[in-house]
Design a protein around this ligand. Structure first.
Ligand SMILES: *[C@@H]1O[C@H](CO)[C@@H](O)[C@H](O)[C@H]1NC(C)=O
Length: 247
């Protein structure tokens, strides 16, 4: 459970500033500043940078890798429809993501961050069943994926509350979406060592990479949103609102 890796550093992004007038993360940003979103962008990136190697004062461990227990996909219906599950997914490269844009509504405490990562790599174990390209694709093995040009949007909304005479933000809602420009992936070390099956699977998943990603997205989004929410809650719990945004 303590696997709170800095899930998408982007998240990290989310806050800024310490109690001094010029905070650790460059803030605080003033609500009156017409360019407050640019100020927040700098602060969020500074915080992300700070959290990258892990931050015990935030109760945050090392940023890499992001670990996802399990994801599954199903293509086609019927008893022979192709199904695959991916376990022990380890993804690296998220700490290289930077926040490229911030849009905020400070009256209603809503934020939308755009993030970009040049490259993310993933490794996992997979098991599959069903028929793919006329080949019985039951078995398991190792999965690898290389994702170039990862763009993500994260939206969150908080509500302010008082604690020990300070104002903090409680996370009320978080949503995210992402896209990948270029995907390369494959399977190897198939348990039954069937070269025909391995070739068929690799051909199939590479020609249908975006489709497969789309298929995985609902699970992936849910899992990442949950990890990010926990991560963001930790940050919001640690830094009072008035330390990163002032009137
Ligand atoms: C981050 O980017 C640098 C420069 O491209 C690269 O050397 C490094 O391996 C990347 N880090 C991760 C965790 O992917």
């Amino acid at each position: 459970m303590e696997n709170i890796h800095v899930v998408f550093l982007f998240f990290a992004a989310v806050i800024a500033s310490s109690s001094s007038s010029t905070g650790r993360f460059g803030g605080p940003c003033s609500k009156q500043d017409p360019n407050v979103d640019i100020c927040l962008l700098h602060s969020f990136n500074s915080l992300a940078e700070y959290l990258k190697g892990g931050a015990p004062d935030f109760g945050i461990e090392e940023a890499e890798p992001i670990v996802i227990d399990e994801l599954s996909i199903a293509l086609g219906g019927g008893p022979d429809g192709y199904r695959a599950s991916f376990k022990d997914i380890h993804a690296t490269g998220a700490s290289n993501m930077t926040i490229t844009n911030v849009r905020s509504d400070l009256e209603t405490h809503q934020f939308q961050l755009t993030l970009f990562g040049p490259h993310i790599s993933a490794r996992a174990r997979y098991r599959s069943s069903g028929v793919l390209l006329l080949v019985r694709a039951s078995g398991g093995g190792d999965y690898w994926g290389e994702y170039d040009g990862v763009k993500a949007k994260v939206y969150f909304r908080g509500s302010p509350y008082e604690r020990d005479g300070r104002t903090f933000l409680k996370l009320e809602q978080l949503k995210l979406d992402f896209s990948v420009k270029d995907i390369q992936m494959g399977v190897e070390n198939l348990h039954n060592g069937n070269a025909v099956l391995q070739a068929a699977l690799n051909l199939f998943i590479n020609t249908n990479a975006q489709e497969l990603l789309k298929e995985m997205k609902p699970d992936l989004k849910r899992d990442l949103a949950e990890k990010m929410s926990r991560f963001l809650e930790r940050i919001l719990d640690t830094i009072p609102l008035d330390e990163w945004i002032t009137d």
